[in-house]
Design a protein around this ligand. Structure first.
Ligand code: GTP
Ligand code: MG
Length: 198
């Protein structure tokens, strides 16, 4: 699928105030700094549409981006696992994110971003478990593949999928990406295109 237009639509701190949209939308979630905003820019082919920072905690709101004349939307969400709260609280879904994920009717799929360099983290596994419990459709998107050799990327991916296998009977689909090297763009866009057409 080609991107013919992309624009920032609106930011919200209250999930109830998110725009009323019938068309499918796709949300990016993952630990702070994993590369959610960068991946949105890479997919949309626009450098500065979503705000990126080397410091974790940059995205604080629910940000909607209108794509291809409003035929579908992307949503940039705040990261988890960084907030200045106790470790036990960190594994709870933040109310804004929880409200959004559990009530958004046109949410077609959640992309759970995982840094392929980092060994499987409890917080990511717990987050994915909760998506399953709520019956929210998702796939795994590995990020920052440019930072490793191909072999090391493959072993990072295998380690994470192995950890998931201990908890899930059926493994989710995954896509390997790099916003820096623009890897995985066509695969992700085709994935979205297939759902949009279904
Ligand atoms: P929060 O909004 O804070 O939750 O972070 P985020 O997940 O949106 O991450 P963001 O896109 O802001 O990127 C965090 C840092 O990682 C920035 O310094 C990016 O330049 C860097 N980064 C993101 N994706 C890639 C990638 O594919 N390769 C490399 N090398 N760096 C990346
Ligand atoms: Mg961000």
């Amino acid at each position: 699928m080609k991107i013919v237009s992309a624009e920032f639509l609106i930011s919200n701190s209250d999930f109830k105030k998110c725009p009323k949209i019938r068309e499918p939308e796709y949300a990016f979630i993952g630990r702070s700094n994993v590369g959610k905003s960068s991946l949105i820019n890479m997919l949309l082919g626009r450098n500065k549409l979503a705000k990126v920072s080397s410091k974790p905690g940059k995205t604080q709101l629910i940000n909607h981006f209108k794509v291809n004349e409003g035929t579908w939307y992307l949503v940039d969400l705040p990261g988890y696992g960084w907030a200045k709260v106790s470790k036990s609280l960190r594994s709870e879904w933040e109310p804004m994110t929880k409200g959004y994920l559990t009530t958004r009717e046109n949410l077609a799929c959640v992309f759970v971003l995982i840094d392929c360099r980092i060994p499987p983290q409890q917080i990511d596994l717990d987050f994915i478990d909760q998506l399953g419990e709520y019956g929210i459709p998702f796939i795994i998107v590995f990020t920052k593949a440019d930072k490793l050799t191909k072999n090391k990327v493959q072993s990072g991916v295998a380690a994470f999928m192995k950890a998931l296998k201990q908890r899930w009977e059926e493994l989710p689909q995954y896509i390997i990406t790099s916003s820096e090297a623009k890897t995985g763009r066509d695969e992700l866009l085709d994935f979205i295109g297939d759902i949009n057409e279904s």
